[in-house]
Design a protein around this ligand. Structure first.
Ligand SMILES: [Mg+2]
Length: 357
């Protein structure tokens, strides 16, 4: 019997800040770009639960977060604390949390800095697995004074959705026989991979919940969405099963930059991309990985539409020149109508290396 857990730290960056700065205890905390008194151009990285009560959430423009915080302050509510992302510190805490996790389980997969899957199959039963997962949560709380939400299920998909059900400090166990029933009442958007586009398309067909979407056969979903339709068919039934990926300690190394002013200037864009490529390479060299095989760039336009373009190298590489060359090659179409027919100004660019070994 396969038993998989998913651990997700609650409002991780903000929680670390709250813990390390007792004077902020209980205050709304927003970790992200500099709000520059409402003129800031980046986004919110993490908001703690007190800040979420103001409507602030991750990936929101920092200027919106600032406006919401000011509105709350105007009503006499506690002012929010805006803090810069201190990735180095969060990374250190993350390492210790992953160590705790690894001491309790045979296999784990770090999905991000604050998220991991783990295999509890060897526990033999859901009761024993739940016990083990509880002790992981307790040890993180005792040693790091941070809360995590944990989900347990028959595969990564169900475990991840389960960990998100009772945040913060959640603990949700979904046995295999309950998985379908557990998913049915949820909004179809809850299924990983269902983005706004798929959601919209399904909504037009009268689909809101997972249960609604189950009226389509696999062939019909394939017809609508291609290969992803077949995947969706299995996901809706909670049977989509993928192995834990342990090879990579981190899945990717990347950097991005939000410009002070949106730009279409090819010279500026190329110069910044090359600086990012070199930054990523320096980070890669410090990481202890020997090679990468994938390169991805991200381009966000002034209207926040975002495109990513990736390529896989024929063989693993390690040189800065490879990152530079492929970054430019991926970016070139954004300078003309191939990727930017509306000639939109660019707000942010990012470069990432993946498939690290
Ligand atoms: Mg989290």
């Amino acid at each position: 019997m396969r038993i998989v857990g998913h651990l997700d730290m609650d409002a991780f960056f903000a929680s670390v800040e709250e813990r390390d700065n007792p004077r902020f205890a209980g205050r709304p905390i927003v970790v992200g770009s500099d709000p520059e008194a409402g003129r800031g151009r980046g986004v919110v990285s993490t908001a703690n639960y007190a800040a979420r009560a103001y409507g602030i959430h991750s990936a929101q423009p920092i200027s919106t977060a600032w406006r919401l915080a000011e509105a709350a302050r105007g009503k006499g509510l506690p002012p929010a604390v805006f803090l810069a992302v201190d990735m180095h510190r969060y990374g250190t805490v993350s390492h210790r949390i992953m160590e705790i996790l690894r001491a309790h389980v045979d296999h784990s997969e770090e999905a991000s800095v604050d998220e991991a899957y783990f295999d509890l199959s060897s526990a033999g039963s859901y009761e024993k697995a739940a016990e083990a997962a509880r002790s992981i949560k307790e040890e993180i709380r005792a040693r790091e004074r941070l809360t995590a939400s944990v989900g347990i299920g028959p595969n990564k998909l169900v475990a991840k959705i389960a960990s998100d059900r009772n945040k913060p400090d959640g603990f949700t166990v979904v046995r295999p026989r309950d998985a379908e029933k557990f998913l049915e009442p949820l909004a179809v958007r809850t299924i990983p991979g269902v983005g706004p586009k798929t959601e919209e398309e399904l909504k037009r067909l009268g689909v809101r919940t997972v249960a609604d979407a189950k009226r389509f056969t696999e062939a019909e979903l394939y017809e609508m969405f291609g290969k992803w339709g077949s995947e969706l068919y299995a996901k809706l039934r909670g049977t989509y099963d993928t192995p834990l990926v342990e090879e990579w300690e981190a899945k990717s190394i990347g950097e991005q930059e939000t410009f002070a002013h949106d730009t279409r200037d090819p010279i500026v864009l190329q110069e910044r991309l090359m600086a990012l490529a070199d930054g990523v390479h320096a980070h890669f060299k410090r990481s202890g990985f020997a090679s990468f095989r994938g390169i991805t760039i991200t381009v966000r336009f002034f209207d926040f539409t975002t495109k990513t373009r990736s390529m896989t190298l024929a063989a693993p590489a390690s040189g800065a020149d490879v990152i530079r060359f492929e970054t430019l090659r991926l970016f070139m179409p954004f300078l003309d109508k191939r990727e930017n027919p509306g000639r939109k100004a660019i707000r942010l660019v990012g470069v990432r290396v993946e498939k690290l070994a």
